[in-house]
Design a protein around this ligand. Structure first.
Ligand SMILES: Cc1cc2nc3c(=O)[nH]c(=O)nc-3n(C[C@H](O)[C@H](O)[C@H](O)COP(=O)(O)OP(=O)(O)OC[C@H]3O[C@@H](n4cnc5c(N)ncnc54)[C@H](O)[C@@H]3O)c2cc1C
Length: 452
């Protein structure tokens, strides 16, 4: 690499980090991609439910292509804020630092003291889906959760529907097994209702109540459609699509939905969260208003909160409240640092895929026609990954230009940085061949175990 004059550090190697690396390498600028995990697949591996195995493989393949470029050095098992502090990182002297670390912290459920009951009746969505995606692996040693009947899910976006599907698939699978019927996850993912119809059962026959989604707005307001609405007509269509998506999901997966309900208090017994108090809401002139005196206690076997993800705070990175201080007008530059930038979910982390759909080519009617009857969620996710990559490309294009025009690093500095990277690679056990590393560490896939 001696004829290269710059070296960029990218933290996070998933959709956004890999696209950032691609943008730099296309311009002949070498980069180092650090990821906290063994494999750099982020939400694709740990957030996209494992029934989307085809989409997962396709997206991971895209990341592999970008990260196996000869100008990329990959460093696994390095977490910014743990092995490397932000303060140290910015003092090392990389040409630029790109933060592409996503949004992995669940937005806290806004009820005072509720987090005292995490894992005592309360579970957050990110850890629950992580468990669901990986619990079949023989080497899985991380927290174990359960799928209990009569669970409450608080949310409203696509991720909360994933949680409901997980609960319904696993509870129905277990109840059917008790009656002597074996169905795997992929079969139940197609339609729980069809499986039960075929056997002549209802949920009640299986002794199940089903999981219930509590959403603070109306069903048609749920952020489920991938389309942008910039006119009242389009907005009306989007709302219609959202209602149809939810109804379609409910018909297939048989969960319950309580719209216009917001949680306001907790119900605790013997040190465990056993329910929530919900208040009803109404829309008055487009604004959500709580209805005084409508509070109702609801008991449940477990409560899963799925109200959005926000970036994890890292010591030294300037932030206000739940977001890093990023100047989006100025190439997503981090406040106070000329050559530190943030891309991807780290910037938005809003828990609402639809908001980042500015590149979406899909129009509502086409979208309904193509996807409505089969897999709307796969289409929404695919579009979200694509949008993230396009967003990142746009931002990094500007950053790469700045890097190319900046003062070149000295030979000594480049050598020092490359030596540091080699030391960190050694620490993580990585030997330098990205695809060999992937092959060695790819988790056991459920479809292979099932011969599916
Ligand atoms: C359940 C779910 C919810 C989604 N929600 C949204 C959404 O709210 N908005 C949206 O636009 N799209 C969303 N999507 C779509 C899509 O997942 C994302 O847009 C896209 O995958 C984000 O990619 P990313 O690279 O920015 O972040 P991620 O996929 O989260 O990747 C971040 C990477 O950084 C690594 N990392 C994290 N912290 C550190 C650290 N401190 N040091 C080193 N490495 C670190 C992680 O290991 C990971 O590999 C969602 C998808 C799913 C499945």
């Amino acid at each position: 690499m001696s004829n290269h004059k710059h070296l960029v550090a990218i933290f996070g190697g998933a959709v956004s980090g890999a696209e950032a690396a691609h943008q730099f390498t296309q311009r002949n600028i070498p980069c180092v991609v650090f990821d906290q995990n063994t494999l750099p697949y982020g939400k694709i591996e740990d957030g996209l439910p494992k029934w989307h195995n085809k989409l997962r493989d396709k997206e991971e393949g895209r990341i592999n292509e970008k990260l196996s470029h000869e100008l990329v050095r990959f460093v696994p098992h390095i977490r910014l804020g743990r092995e490397v502090s932000f303060e140290d990182l910015v003092s090392w002297g990389f040409s630029a630092v790109i933060l592409a670390i996503g949004a992995w912290r669940d937005r806290p459920l806004p009820i005072e003291g509720i987090n005292d009951y995490v894992d005592k009746g309360l579970i957050y969505q990110n850890s629950y889906i992580y468990w669901f995606n990986h619990f079949h692996e023989p080497t899985y040693t991380e927290p174990q959760f359960e799928a209990l009947d009569n669970s409450i899910v608080v949310g409203g976006g696509l991720a909360s529907l994933d949680v409901l599907k997980v609960l319904m698939i696993l509870t129905v699978q277990r109840a059917l097994k008790e009656k002597g019927h074996e169905f795997n996850m992929f079969e139940l993912d197609r339609s729980i209702a069809k499986v039960l119809d075929g056997l002549g059962y209802t949920l009640e026959d299986l002794g199940l109540k089903g999981a219930t989604l509590y959403y603070r707005r109306r069903i048609k307001d749920m952020p489920l459609s991938p389309t942008q609405a910039d006119t009242p007509e389009k907005m009306a269509k989007v709302k219609m699509v959202q209602e149809k998506i939810l109804n379609n999901y409910q018909k297939k997966y048989l969960f319950n939905v309580k719209p216009l309900h917001t949680p306001v208090d907790k119900i605790v017994e013997n040190g465990r969260l056993v329910g929530l108090v919900f208040q009803q809401t109404e829309l008055v002139d487009g604004r959500l208003k709580a209805i005084e005196g409508s509070e109702t206690p609801v008991r449940a076997s477990q409560i899963i909160s799925s109200i959005g993800s926000i970036p994890e705070m890292i010591e030294g990175i300037p932030a206000s409240g739940q977001v890093f201080n990023i100047n989006q007008e100025n190439g997503c530059q981090l406040e106070g640092y000329d050559n530190v930038f943030a891309v991807g979910n780290t910037v938005t982390g809003r828990g609402n895929i639809k908001e980042s759909m500015k590149h979406s080519q899909i129009v509502t009617q086409e979208w309904i026609g193509t996807h409505f009857n089969d897999e709307p969620d796969a289409a929404v996710y695919e579009d979200a990954f694509e949008t993230r990559a396009l967003d990142t490309a746009e931002v990094v294009e500007g950053i790469a230009e700045k890097v190319a025009q900046s003062a070149p690093l000295s030979e000594d500095k480049l050598q020092e940085l490359n030596e540091r990277v080699s030391e960190l690679q050694k620490l993580s056990g990585y030997k330098g061949d990205f695809m060999a590393w992937v092959e060695e560490h790819l988790p056991v896939r459920l479809e292979d175990m099932l011969g599916h």
